[in-house]
Ligand binder design. Structure first.
Ligand SMILES: NC(=O)c1ccc[n+]([C@@H]2O[C@H](COP(=O)([O-])OP(=O)(O)OC[C@H]3O[C@@H](n4cnc5c(N)ncnc54)[C@H](OP(=O)(O)O)[C@@H]3O)[C@@H](O)[C@H]2O)c1
Length: 300
């Protein structure tokens, strides 16, 4: 069931044939799609009739995912290419494969992410890897793919799979909050300043006294940065590419040790709905949160 939060516009009706702007020639790319929400989203896009590029950092895990789509009979318009978003060489080789296989694409879903903490842990042992993958990886892959966005009346779309753990209200450092909260002056350089300040605090062993988010701190800072970067992109490409974030809510995947309020398929249905919004109700610069009981709403 789709419902909407108080004070929010209700743009998210189910796509129907009359609102369907895409065809099998529309191309969607999903990162980190060998399992979890990414895999479920590839399956959903394929069921809805788009051409989908399933990417995975590990070739064999990606091919296994392709096999399971085949078993389900939804692999006809799904292609696979290896992609590790934290590895510039892998990004370059993806770009070169993409250029020789497709002219353009319509939807990029930055889904890939890592978290090295179990549910109740908060170690910063892998903070650099988390930032490098979840923020810089998604950013670098997006930049590499920008030249291939289709210029069309249906608008190209970027959907960054984020988390409400990384919303501004979780940040209690006034200086950092002021930097990320000022939409007028927000820039990639200023976002990097925040990220570097966090990594410096980790290095100096003072990260837990500086007002950084309290849960899964490294992961949350990476999502804060991704959300802010989405704002910068949304403003820069207004009218050309729609850029939104989506928090799928507590979802049963490896990242949550299988805990969660709903399945990856449920989360993928919500993500697909946002990625495929018909043009008249397509927004940009929004942060959508999803819940199977409360529906999808925009927090911005
Ligand atoms: N589950 C939740 O409750 C929840 C809540 C809010 C937001 N999210 C977000 O939802 C997205 C999907 O998470 P999930 O729950 O589906 O987690 P997941 O099951 O752990 O899947 C993460 C995916 O990202 C891939 N990945 C990791 N590092 C990568 C890299 N460097 N390059 C390419 N792919 C990489 C993983 O590949 P491997 O299999 O090779 O590791 C895996 O395919 C993430 O952005 C996460 O932050 C999840």
């Amino acid at each position: 069931m789709v419902s909407f939060c108080r004070h929010q516009q209700p743009p998210l009706s189910h796509p129907t044939t009359t609102t369907r702007w895409w065809s099998k020639d529309s191309v969607a790319i999903v990162t980190g799609a060998n399992k979890g929400i990414g895999y479920a989203l590839v399956k959903r896009f394929a069921e809805l009739g788009l051409t989908v590029v399933l990417t995975a950092r590990d070739q064999s895990r990606g091919l296994q995912a392709m096999d399971s789509l085949k078993v389900l009979g939804v692999d006809h318009h799904v292609r696979f290419c290896q992609l590790d978003i934290s590895d510039p060489v892998s990004i370059r080789s993806f770009v070169s494969w993409f250029r020789s296989s497709f002219k353009a694409f319509d939807i990029l879903v930055n889904n890939a992410a890592v978290c090295f903490n179990a549910m109740n842990e908060n170690s910063m042992e892998y903070a650099e890897t988390v930032i490098k993958t979840n923020y810089y990886g998604s950013k670098q892959f997006t930049e590499a793919m920008l030249p291939f966005f289709r210029r069309s009346s249906s608008m190209s779309r970027i959907l960054n799979i984020s988390s409400r753990l990384g919303t501004l209200d979780k940040l209690n450092n006034p200086k950092m909050k002021a930097i990320l909260g000022d939409k007028e002056t927000l820039s990639e350089g200023r976002i990097d300043m925040v990220v570097n300040a966090f990594l410096e605090d980790v290095k100096e062993g003072r990260w837990n006294t500086q007002g950084w988010p309290e849960i899964w701190t490294d992961y949350s800072v990476a999502k804060l940065a991704l959300n802010a970067y989405s704002q910068v992109l949304a403003r820069r490409y207004e009218g050309v590419v729609s850029v939104n974030c989506f928090c799928p809510g507590f979802t049963q995947t490896t990242m949550t040790d299988g805990n969660g309020k709903h399945s990856a398929d449920d989360a993928a249905k919500m993500a697909a709905k946002i990625a495929l919004l018909p043009v008249p109700v397509l927004n940009t610069g929004k942060f959508y949160v999803g819940s199977t009981s409360r529906g999808i709403c925009s927090k911005l």
